[in-house]
Design a protein around this ligand. Structure first.
Ligand code: ADP
Ligand code: CDP
Length: 225
């Protein structure tokens, strides 16, 4: 237990957190934990069950009867809600549009954080989100805060959407990314902010491989030889 290692990766939407976290975890033999997928899962279920998204207590009660599983499978990480594979569904625009509201409630966050800490109790992890370095894993040995210009982040999401056969408007993508960041930064309960001891990394002109290399370098520096 004492040798467990924690890498915390935070930052705004589409900065590349989950992409590099996934690759770094694989290279390190650590477990990758996508906390955004957990908030997205609750949002998806709340929309499906028509729960009032302005009622934090109702959302917390919904969470109490919701099983969320992050499972590493051969073809990538899958997300299951009450046994159903929702991996793709939780990335749809309706979920993206409402997830910042759902994740703004303290009662919801307290339960999510407790689940996230449990997941990190028995194995070394790379965990990404908005409050990992500041709140979920305050003692993580490596903390990174990934940033990139909003233009670059919109382009990255645009390319991703094209690959999925969708053709979104670049302006709308930019707007929705900027709006989600604003909501995440302005909420009262553990807002998106760089932890004082996190390293800020601007990935605007870095490749995925370069960012992963930097993460591995920081881990190596902190790992006892
Ligand atoms: N350094 C990078 N350079 C170029 N594209 C990147 C980089 N990092 C991530 N991407 C791409 O940007 C998109 C958003 O990345 P993602 O990991 O989903 O971001 P986040 O988890 O921060 O929201 C993905 O399509 C990913 O392949
Ligand atoms: N630790 C976390 C992770 C995500 N979230 C919320 O969940 C949303 C979706 O997170 P995500 O990581 O899937 O977002 P993307 O940047 O991948 O689109 C964020 O915009 C936050 O509102 C959070 O509040 N705290």
């Amino acid at each position: 237990m004492e040798n467990l290692f924690q890498v915390a990766i935070d930052g705004p939407a589409a900065a590349g957190k989950s992409t590099v976290a996934k690759i770094a975890a694989k290279k390190l033999g650590f477990v990758y934990i996508d906390t955004g997928a957990m908030y997205r899962s609750l949002t998806y279920k709340a929309l499906r069950e028509k729960v009032n998204l302005n009622n934090g207590q109702a959302l917390k009660e919904l969470l109490d009867r919701t099983d969320i599983k992050l499972v590493q499978e051969v073809d990538g990480q899958k997300v299951y809600v009450d046994g159903d594979d929702v991996t793709d569904r939780i990335r749809y625009p309706d979920v993206s549009e409402h997830v910042s509201l759902v994740s703004s409630y303290k009662a919801v966050r307290t339960e999510m954080v407790s689940r996230q800490r449990k997941l990190a109790q028995s194995c070394s992890v790379v965990m990404d989100g908005r409050d990992i370095g500041t709140h979920v894993l305050p003692n993580a040995q490596v903390k990174l805060f990934l940033i990139a210009s909003v233009e670059e982040r919109a382009i990255r999401r645009y390319r991703e959407e094209l690959q999925k056969g969708r053709h979104p408007s670049m302006e709308m993508l930019k707007e929705s990314i900027a709006l989600r960041d604003k909501k995440d930064m302005e909420r009262d309960a553990s807002p998106l902010v760089k932890a004082a001891d996190a390293v800020a990394l601007d990935t605007t002109s870095l490749s995925i491989e370069e960012v992963v290399e930097k993460i591995l370098h920081f881990v190596k520096e902190k790992q006892p030889s």
